[in-house]
Design a protein around this ligand. Structure first.
Ligand SMILES: *Cc1c(COP(=O)(O)O)cnc(C)c1O
Length: 469
């Protein structure tokens, strides 16, 4: 499989190349040159497979030429044989229409483990093959950082610098990063927002002063391999609910548009998805873009769902490119204008392409708390606030008739409630406990450095400390 950049001028690469590159050299994001397609019969043939076997079947076309079927199957068993639930991503029924897809049974209790645990092993495999080393620079609004650090801690060929916005991640999230003591792990607390941190990371990839000395890699969801791994649980859940002979809808708590874009990929591959609901909190650029075509960034308002406190959603570019007839030159021009003015209008092709599959809804803090209360009182489920945003949007879209009553509506449960115990306790009066497999998180010592908010502070730190592991 070959991959092309959304901005049209970076060289096409194979799966190994895009996994190690992250961002394309022209500033764009990589996508498969064409979508592999499964027929209804082929999808029917996937029923009953254990998760690791299903994962290998779904991902096989994307890694072709870079991993053999045996290598891929081995990786999938190593990664998904070690989750906290035998089903890896179990479904829980809430009522006649609503379901939760629990994605938080990995080591750091959020859905990002599903992809990052695999990505760590892919890095190891490809770097070993090439005899190279990789410096990962990433920005996190909370969950990416801990999942990435857990995925690479102690690896020989990978060093990681993880930026988080100081004071804007939960105690559990911060401790899951800063208590991992491995010589290849560096935690940087940046004075600024997640968007500032992410902008530094993107800039580093195009800064020759950095790229001349370091082989940079990305673990943000700009990395294609992450999205690919997330496609699997759309198939797993839809198959469990009767696909391909029944369509299924999803409500996806959205920040950087990675998780929900994986749903779009599943649909492109032939999975009959009725609708993807892009669920946002009050930082609602995507809600505005999808409901009125106005993609304009405002400031970021901190909420009880910090992993969704984002104004610029990197992966949205992938949708705009694919829905807008894959015109790389036009995309590059559109993004240049957006980066200058922080605002743009979707083209007609982009708006229509998006509207064919996506709907959007938003939840404010009160609505999010009410969704937690609904789940607790009606079904006895304790859910985290991010999942609460998704559930509020699922309930409101179902009430409005956007998704018909006979169609199962699955809310992605993106984090374990114990990652956000204060917000959960305020909403329902119950304080969720950390599962025992996480261990003594609050008894361990933390280690991180604090940096000023400007780009130079981050760049100089990385250049000064890389390779010292
Ligand atoms: C990262 C994250 C999200 C947002 O996912 P995107 O792929 O960035 O859209 C939602 N909920 C939780 C708990 C997360 O960690």
């Amino acid at each position: 499989m070959q991959y092309v950049s959304t901005r049209g001028s970076a060289p096409a690469l194979d799966f190994e190349g895009v996994t190690l590159a992250g961002l394309a050299s022209d500033g764009g994001l990589y996508l498969p040159a064409e979508w592999p397609r499964f027929s209804a019969d082929e999808i029917r043939g996937l029923r009953g497979l254990a998760y690791p076997d299903l994962a290998a079947r779904i991902m096989a076309p994307f890694v072709a030429g870079s991993l053999t079927e045996d290598e891929l199957l081995c990786l999938c068993h190593a990664v998904y044989g070690d989750f906290g639930h035998a089903a890896v991503t179990p479904l829980v029924q809430l009522d006649a229409q609503h379901w939760l897809l629990e994605l938080f049974h990995g080591p750091t209790l959020a859905f990002k483990d599903v992809a990052l645990q695999l990505l760590g092993r892919l890095f190891e495999t490809f770097l070993e093959r090439r005899g190279e080393k990789l410096t990962i620079v990433g920005a996190t609004s909370g969950d990416t950082g801990s999942a990435a650090i857990q995925a690479v801690a102690g690896l020989e060929r990978v060093e990681i610098f993880m930026l988080h916005p100081k004071g804007r991640v939960s105690d559990v999230q911060r401790r899951q990063m800063t208590t991992v003591r491995a010589p290849n792990v560096h935690n940087l607390a940046i004075d600024g927002s997640f968007d500032d941190a992410q902008a530094h990371v993107k800039r580093m990839f195009t800064d020759a002063e950095v790229t001349n000395v370091l082989n940079l890699g990305a673990v943000n969801s700009i990395n294609w391999a992450r999205l690919m791994a997330q496609v699997v649980y759309y198939f797993a859940s839809a198959l469990g609910l009767g696909a391909p002979d029944r369509t299924v809808a999803y409500s996806v708590p959205t920040g950087n548009f990675g998780d929900v874009f994986a749903g779009y990929v599943a649909a492109k591959m032939g999975l009959p998805i009725e609708r993807l609901i892009v669920a946002t909190n009050i930082n609602d650029i995507l809600y505005r873009a999808l409901s009125s075509g106005d993609y304009s960034a405002g400031g970021v308002t901190p909420t009880i769902t910090p992993s969704m406190d984002i104004q610029v959603s990197s992966n949205f570019e992938r949708l705009l490119f694919d829905a807008g007839e894959r015109d790389g030159a036009a995309m590059a021009e559109q993004m240049r204008a957006f980066e200058a003015s922080k605002a743009m209008q979707l083209t007609n092709a982009q708006a229509q392409g998006a509207a064919a599959l996506f709907a959007s809804a938003r939840a404010d803090q009160v609505e999010t708390a009410r969704a937690l209360q609904w789940a607790w009182r009606k079904t006895g489920q304790v859910i985290d606030p991010h999942t609460g945003v998704g559930l509020h949007c699922a309930l409101s879209v179902a009430a409005a008739g956007t998704v018909a009553p006979g169609i199962p509506l699955v809310t992605l449960a993106t984090a374990h409630p114990a990652k956000f115990p204060d917000a959960v306790e305020r909403a329902i009066g119950v304080r969720p406990a950390l599962p025992s497999r996480v261990g003594d998180l609050f008894g361990r010592e933390e280690s991180f450095v604090e940096l000023a908010g400007d780009y130079a502070a981050t760049r100089d730190y990385v250049l000064g400390h890389a390779g010292n592991a």
